[in-house]
Ligand binder design. Sequence first.
Ligand code: SF4
Ligand code: SF4
Length: 124
Amino acid sequence: MTLQILYQRMSEMTRPLCGAGCAQYMGRTNRCCERKYCEATRRFVATRYGVELKETGHADLPFMGEHGCTVEPHLRPQCTLHACPINFDNCLINNRALFDAYMALRAEITAEEMAQGKVPELIA
Ligand code: SF4
Ligand code: SF4
């Protein structure tokens, strides 16, 4: 299966978790988006796909559009993979089925990324 499809599935899993309630950045328009993550996305797409992403003109976040991020889920892997309810909030204990589904999909993505030489960098 292509990374585009796998990441679309991941986005469908993580996006509603953030949408259901973001305790950490409640009330902040772009929640946890930061320029450093946009820059990581820019580097990822340039080095792994040889493409230069088009900026939106947003003052702080180069790829934030009027209706959210303009980058496809598979081209911003670090952003798509992260959702606090899974990564920080004891999802393993609170919702084992969701945690297992996430880990299975993530394993599939990682295997495909390694096969294709598209493993993203770690962001500090
Ligand atoms: S990843 Fe965490 S901080 Fe970011 S929007 Fe989702 S719940 Fe909020
Ligand atoms: S989701 Fe989009 S706008 Fe937000 S940090 Fe990632 S690349 Fe930037």
